[in-house]
Design a protein around this ligand. Structure first.
Ligand code: GLV
Ligand code: MN
Ligand code: MN
Length: 407
């Protein structure tokens, strides 16, 4: 079987590592993640790498070079709920394939290559983003260890149960000497490459992102007996807020703003009970940080206003705040040259999705390669890539490594 075909089959294989039968849901530090680690660890070893798992739960494969410096390649193995097969795993498995190719040829580069399979990019279990890459870059916030998942398990407990030491996350910080950068391949998650008829694109930067959790607290009561003018219905206030968020982003004069309420929990949650409490998520993104911060503030003010009109207490907590991240001009130029050397037209594009490269930029230069995905669809089981495009992506990463070696 060809290497690109193996990559596709491996992504399909990892789809079986899930905590929801019939769907792909692979949260941080879960049994599904343990399943993914077993397989990915084997693939790393087959490619000539030594493998270890760190405290936060990243899987790290290392292919030694002939000199001291290291280049980092990778992406994440966790997923959203009911995910596709490629968001995250594709980047990890393409990186392993590029190393496999060197190993098969008995080649060593003048630098080590470390493939990082990150533990949590999506934040499905604890809401916060980039737990794995933050640990490596030294920007992990230990206050996050007290966060709880929907079952009341703290992150500290989850890390321990997965086999890591939550009190030693600091040891996960990069300590391997000089770094040449971090490069991540990822599906595009947008329509540009497909519209242009191109297999890959080079990323210029990643939009900033805010995540908030809002709680609307009213009063539960009997749906048949409490008169309408005496109700403090938390869901009605929350629903007005959801509508306002969409209208605000749709009508915003500065292009590039997106705002989403993606998660909503209604308590107590029964047909004949007035909703007493609603918790919802708010995700705000814009390429310009000032615009994002202003929007978040306005929307939180709106939530408070809606609450006070309807006698609902509104509490907000800021769970993620990621600045817009430019990619490194030096590494990006090498990726561009790699694409050109393979005779493909170069398109440079910005990412609206977040990536581990954001957290890694606190440690080293970062660059990203996007791979065309069908219909631009992601965070959806319909995610799809072609073997031909994966072949181009492996070739570009391999060529990039050659160019880096020539530098
Ligand atoms: C990750 O996929 C994100 O952009 O939220
Ligand atoms: Mn994602
Ligand atoms: Mn991703």
């Amino acid at each position: 079987m060809t290497l690109p075909r193996i990559v596709i089959e491996r992504c399909q294989y990892l789809a079986r590592c899930t905590e929801e039968p019939g769907a792909i849901t692979r949260p941080f530090a879960s049994e599904a993640m343990r399943c993914a680690h077993e397989r990915v660890g084997e693939w790393m070893r087959e490619a000539g790498m030594s493998v270890r798992r760190d405290n936060v739960g990243n899987l790290r494969g290392r292919y030694e070079g002939t000199a001291d410096a290291t280049v980092l390649l990778g992406s994440h193995l966790d997923s959203v709920r009911d995910a596709g097969k490629y968001d995250g795993p594709l980047g990890v498995i393409i990186a392993i394939a590029a190393v496999q190719r060197l190993h098969d040829r008995g080649r060593r580069m003048p630098f080590a290559i470390e493939v990082l399979a990150f533990a949590d990019e999506e934040g499905l279990r604890f809401g916060s983003t980039y737990l794995g890459s933050r640990a490596v870059s030294g920007s992990f916030d230990t206050r996050d260890l007290d966060r709880t998942d929907s079952g009341g398990i703290t992150m500290r407990e989850a890390i321990r149960a997965f086999g890591g030491d939550p009190d030693s996350i600091d040891e996960d910080r990069w300590r391997g000497g000089s770094l040449l950068g971090y490069v991540e391949a990822h599906i595009e998650q947008g329509p540009v490459l497909e519209a242009r008829g191109l297999p890959v694109g080079v990323v210029t930067g990643i939009a900033g992102q805010d995540r908030h959790v809002l709680t609307f607290k009213g009063e539960a009561g009997h749906a048949g007996t409490v008169p309408m003018d005496r109700r403090r219905d938390a869901l009605v206030a929350a629903a007005i807020f959801v509508e306002t968020v969409a209208a605000y982003a749709e009508g915003h004069p500065v292009p590039g703003l997106v705002a989403t309420v993606g998660q909503l929990t209604v308590r107590p949650g029964a047909t004949n009970v007035i909703p007493g409490e609603v918790t919802l998520s708010l995700d705000v993104r814009h390429p310009d940080d000032a615009e994002r911060i202003l929007t978040s503030k306005r929307l939180l003010d709106v939530a408070a206003d809606i609450g006070s009109h309807r006698h609902i207490a509104v509490e907000a907590s800021h769970v993620a705040d990621n600045a817009a991240t430019p990619c490194s001009p030096r590494l990006t130029a090498l990726l561009v040259r790699a694409v050109e050397d393979l005779d493909h037209p170069v398109v440079e594009l910005a990412s609206g999705a977040g990536h581990d490269a954001v957290a890694m930029s606190a440690l080293t230069d970062v660059a990203m390669l996007f791979v065309r995905c069908k219909g631009g669809v992601s965070h959806n089981p319909a995610e799809s890539v072609t073997t031909e495009d994966v072949a181009v992506a492996i070739d570009v990463v391999s060529r990039f490594l050659e160019l880096l070696a020539e530098e």
